[in-house]
Design a protein around this ligand. Structure first.
Ligand code: NAP
Length: 276
């Protein structure tokens, strides 16, 4: 019988996850199908009861349920518990186990796409929202020398760095981070500045960027933000948000099936779909 997987969220109709996962199941000869399950706010408990009752093999969880789903699970792994959000659930013989592959997906994408080692690197994370949270806590588990954070609302950066309890981290205003930009080896935009329909916005000025710095933007719509284009023009090595999107999916796929999908192919499919 075919295993059923899917995405719980609201709205979900624009998700690229079915495209990535169904193609990977077909390529690897795994009899399974990934579906979209629109679950309205307040209905996540009922949806999880449905996952149990129907024997659904695994799900991804997206906005607005990543936090709300946690009390309904049987087990939550340490990383997901630390960041306080679950994006992947594995059904192990009726026991539902929650994980978060967003931050680990980001870290692995940067390592593999740009052949980067984090050891000894000084990193600036811009933004302190949901995306930043997973990335920040995943970076804390690397051997980076510094992992600083800057945010428009500085109190949110202070909160996140406070939770991290790691003396390699400090938090700054965006203006202060702009002044310090040359101190960093890797600069990551996790804010929505530059994303459609805020395409003209920039998270911070790149005036003091050192050529050779790695500049990464987790936005994938547009595929290359104006900010990323400017960073490239200033001599940076750049990465867009497709890597994080694909690798968080690949890590979920591996947790469900024990197999590593063809990430190059997944990436190609996603890029083609976004260009359409
Ligand atoms: P979120 O929780 O709402 O956080 C938004 C963050 O962006 C906050 O830090 C906010 O600052 C900042 N921000 C928004 N507009 C800004 C502006 N004009 N100037 C400066 N800062 C601004 O959102 P999220 O879930 O973290 O998502 C953020 C972005 O990441 C989105 O573009 C999303 O598409 C992308 N994302 C990509 C992936 C991927 O797989 N590639 C995964 C997750 C998210 P304040 O705190 O001051 O409001």
């Amino acid at each position: 019988m075919e295993n059923v997987y899917g995405l719980l969220g609201f709205p979900v109709e624009h998700s690229l996850s079915p495209l990535m996962h169904n193609d990977a199941f077909a390529c690897l000869g795994i009899p399974a199908r990934y579906h979209l399950f629109p679950v309205k706010p307040g209905q996540v408990g009922a949806a999880i009861a449905g996952v149990r009752a129907l024997g659904i093999a695994g799900v991804n969880v997206t906005i607005p349920h990543k936090m709300a789903v946690m009390p309904f699970l049987d087990e939550i792994d340490d990383h997901a518990r630390r960041i306080g959000a679950v994006n992947t659930i594995v059904n192990r013989d009726g026991r539902l186990v929650g994980y978060n592959t967003d931050g680990p997906g980001y870290v692995r994408a940067l390592e593999e796409e740009l052949d980067v080692s984090f050891a000894g690197k000084r990193i600036l994370v811009i933004g302190a929202g949901g995306g930043a949270r997973g990335i920040y806590f995943s970076l804390l588990s690397t051997a980076a020398a510094r992992i600083d954070m800057a945010n428009r609302t500085i109190e949110k950066a202070a909160q996140l760095v406070g939770e991290g309890k790691d003396d390699r981290s400090a938090f700054f205003s965006l203006a202060e981070a702009e002044k310090r930009l040359a101190e960093y080896d890797i600069v990551i935009n996790t804010t929505a500045a530059g994303m459609h329909p805020q395409e003209e916005e920039q998270p911070l000025s790149l005036e003091r960027l050192r050529p050779g710095t790695i500049v990464s933007d987790i936005i994938y719509n547009p595929l290359e933000t104006k900010w990323l284009k400017e960073a490239k023009a200033r001599g940076a090595r750049t990465q867009n948000g497709i890597g994080m999107l694909v690798y968080q999916g690949a890590l979920a796929f591996e947790k469900w099936t024990g197999q590593w999908p063809d990430v190059k192919r997944m990436k190609q499919l996603v890029i083609e779909a976004l260009r359409r």
